[in-house]
Design a protein around this ligand. Structure first.
Ligand code: ZN
Ligand code: ZN
Length: 188
């Protein structure tokens, strides 16, 4: 006799079983089963905050979407130069610019107080800067991935000072589609 896939109850207790994605559920569990869920962790929207994000025709919660995007875009190669050994540019897609604003005031959370980022608290600022660079490169890779590129070349980094103890990190580069050279004449 068929039972509810989730709770194992028999039909009749919560009404007849409902079929969904080749599994049978009681009316109580069917409602839950049919809710859109995160593809990775199975959480329903609202639990980890915010609606589900669609990425590559799968739905993710915010937390898992980041991971899925990271994983997919990790294939994108980045360089400050204009070429990769053994590859040639097949297509130039576009120039992409990513801006990350770093609020130096946030140091207070880390160090208890913030005096001067060129002074004794500089290591905290450096950490933040490193993190900002990571985020900028991730964004750049993500943009490249979404636009059909597999590399970002000629990457250039710049800083701008804003009022109110804020620093802007600007990273730009050219999104390209690289093709592996079939015959590499070099290094033989
Ligand atoms: Zn059930
Ligand atoms: Zn999730």
């Amino acid at each position: 006799m068929s039972k509810c896939h989730t709770c194992g109850c028999l039909p009749g207790f919560f009404g007849p079983l409902v079929e969904f994605q080749e599994k049978k559920y009681c009316s109580k569990c069917a409602e839950k089963a049919m809710l859109p869920k995160c593809y990775t962790c199975g959480s329903v929207p609202g639990f980890l905050g915010g609606p589900l994000v669609e990425f590559q025709s799968k739905e993710y919660c915010r937390k898992c979407a980041e991971g899925a995007i990271d994983e997919a875009s990790s294939v994108v190669m980045v360089t400050t130069t204009h070429n990769f050994d053994g590859y040639r540019v097949q297509r130039y897609i576009e120039i992409e610019s990513v801006e990350i604003v770093i609020g130096t005031g946030i140091f207070s959370e880390i160090t208890g107080e913030f005096s001067d980022f060129f002074g004794s608290r500089s290591s905290a600022f450096e950490k933040k800067l490193t993190r900002a660079k990571e985020v900028a490169f991730k964004k750049l890779k993500y943009q490249a991935f979404m636009k059909g590129g597999n590399a970002v070349i000629g990457i250039d980094m710049d800083y701008t000072e804003f009022s109110g103890n804020r620093i802007g990190l600007i990273v730009n580069g050219t999104i390209v589609e690289l093709e592996k050279c079939s015959q590499n004449t070099r290094g033989k």
